[in-house]
Write a protein that binds this ligand. Structure first.
Ligand code: MG
Ligand code: ZN
Length: 97
């Protein structure tokens, strides 16, 4: 699934509820899911549990992007040609300090 497909899928499933909730409420849900991911990793839960929590976090990040009208494929373009900090394909930001 591409980022664009994920945004379309989430749009189809949840957009009506998402718009009503707005960005602030959606952000809280995203933070809650990040907490669940932290627990899954920190508690050393099964790989399948970690996978499920990564999916939840990504779904809520995609939701927030949809609510804010952000195209994630376009947004990620800033990483296409290298690190946005140092412009190198293998980051050398530390070396340039
Ligand atoms: Mg979760
Ligand atoms: Zn860098």
């Amino acid at each position: 699934m591409t980022l664009s497909e994920a945004q379309q899928l989430i749009e189809r499933m949840y957009s009506a509820k998402d718009r009503k909730r707005g960005a602030a409420g959606t952000f809280l849900w995203l933070m809650e899911e990040i907490g669940e991911l932290a627990a899954a990793i920190g508690e050393g839960q099964a790989h399948s549990e970690k996978e499920a929590e990564f999916a939840d976090v990504l779904a809520w990040l995609v939701t927030l992007a949809n609510v804010e009208g952000v195209d994630l494929t376009r947004a990620m373009e800033k990483y296409r040609n290298g690190c946005p900090g140092c412009a190198e394909m293998v980051c050398r930001c530390d070396e340039k300090k």
